[in-house]
Design a binder for this molecule. Structure first.
Ligand SMILES: *Cc1c(COP(=O)(O)O)cnc(C)c1O
Length: 408
């Protein structure tokens, strides 16, 4: 018989979101009439916008005609879309041949792990989006599991209120692959120009490569905060950016993302990283959906940019409403601390002295509101809950009314 990939045995027990879903199901089974509101999983809820929808509908209709049909396209994506991303999002920072279109950021993160293989050491923010570590575990790069829930080839970088949610970089060993997400999921922290400059400087000095996950760049409203790592001088020598239309334009189900791999980025033997990435994308990937790519093109013209800005504004307004509630008398009196700067869809809320899963259960039980336990994103997330602002306004308002009555 064939031996199981030992990477799977090294994975930590349950993936976070299935456990959240299980507890929700169990609650509903015991309370069949309860109207549960989810402020948990980071899934978009509002419809695609009209201009972007029309571009996809028109293109899809064309596919049903002899004149409009197209089959496989370039694996790297439509040239027009690569050019538009370079021009609109990376002016003077990256060129179109450095942009690779994909079926989403999570999938790119998985393929990145093939690019670096199993011998690379990795570092992640703690707490972090689970795929950085779990994907590395599956390919064998994370090493063996440790008793504390970590892995022996992974350097965990605690990001807490005490360090302003920006890690101490000095614990990272040379030649490490550093996963870095800003604005951050789950903490919501958007790193400043100075912080990112220190990260880039550290990476260059220590031969590290940064995998910069910018999936939430569209939520940045503070003009002083960089929307791309390439706004930092030197980043072209040390960083890959991973990005997505999911949170920008509500493409979570449509599926469209991109990566940027600058020509300046090299492996220790002098090989261009971009050359190998091109090989990964052309060998293991067969191009993003042609319909989705037309939606991406529309999202980046003037009309589309206007639409996606108001879509993101809608969610940011939800966050404002939630922040007001979570900073209310009942929460303040219990010592609850709300971390939210207005540049992300996530409120990161600390319940000092409490366990994340205990607070999750209490809020589910007493408010019928689903949140996400911070400890599920890493040990430094213990005592926190993540509140997501993706939701219909009426649901958010109802959840807030219930939370205002919550007796902590
Ligand atoms: C949602 C999310 C993604 C996933 O993007 P897709 O393009 O939908 O695969 C990537 N990174 C982070 C941090 C996310 O929260």
């Amino acid at each position: 018989m064939i031996k199981r990939n030992e990477g799977f045995a090294n994975l930590a027990a349950g993936y976070l979101f299935p456990e959240v879903a299980k507890r929700r199901r169990e609650y509903l089974a015991a309370h069949p009439d309860a109207k549960i509101i989810s402020l948990g999983i980071g899934n978009t809820t509002e419809p695609l916008t009209p201009h972007i929808t029309k571009a996809m509908v028109d293109y899809a209709a064309g596919l049903g005609t002899a004149a409009g049909y197209s089959g496989y396209g370039d694996e790297q994506g439509l040239t027009a879309l690569r050019e538009k991303i370079a021009e609109r999002l990376y002016p003077g920072m990256a060129s179109s041949d450095e942009v690779f279109i994909s079926d989403g950021a999570k999938c790119d993160i998985a393929r990145i792990q093939m690019l670096f293989g199993r011998s690379v050491r990795i570092a992640v923010q703690d707490p972090a989006y689970p795929v950085y570590v779990d994907g590395s575990v599956i390919v064998g790069a994370a090493g063996k599991p440790l008793a504390d829930g970590g892995h022996d080839n992974v350097t965990y970088l605690p990001c807490t209120a005490e360090n302003g949610f920006f890690p101490d970089l000095s614990v990272i060993k040379p030649d490490t692959l550093i996963y870095f997400c800003s604005p951050n999921n789950p903490t919501g922290a958007a790193s400043t120009r100075e912080q990112l400059a220190s990260l880039v400087d550290f990476a260059i000095k220590n031969g590290c490569i940064i995998i910069y996950d910018a999936a939430y760049f569209a939520f940045i409203r503070d003009n002083a905060i960089p929307k791309s790592i390439y706004e930092i001088p030197g980043a072209r020598q040390c960083a890959i950016e991973i990005n997505s239309f999911s949170k920008l334009a509500g493409f979570t189900g449509v599926r469209l993302g991109w990566s940027v791999v600058p020509s300046d980025l090299k492996f220790s033997d002098g090989t261009s990283v971009k050359k190998d990435w091109n090989r990964v994308m052309t060998t293991l990937f067969n191009g993003a959906s042609n319909i989705a790519q037309r939606g991406g093109l529309a999202a980046l013209d003037d009309e589309g940019i206007k639409e996606t800005k108001s879509l993101v504004d809608y969610y940011l307004e939800n966050a404002k409403i939630m922040k007001k509630t979570l900073c209310g008398k009942n929460f303040v009196a219990a010592g609850v601390k709300v971390y939210y700067t207005g540049d992300s869809p996530y409120l990161w809320v600390q319940f000092p002295g409490q366990k994340s899963w205990d607070m999750f259960d209490r809020i589910l039980d007493e408010c019928r509101v689903v949140t996400t336990p911070g400890s599920g994103f890493g040990p430094a997330g213990e005592s926190y809950l993540r509140f997501s602002c993706f939701g219909h306004r009426s649901d958010v308002e109802e959840a807030c009314r219930r939370l205002e009555q919550f007796k902590l």
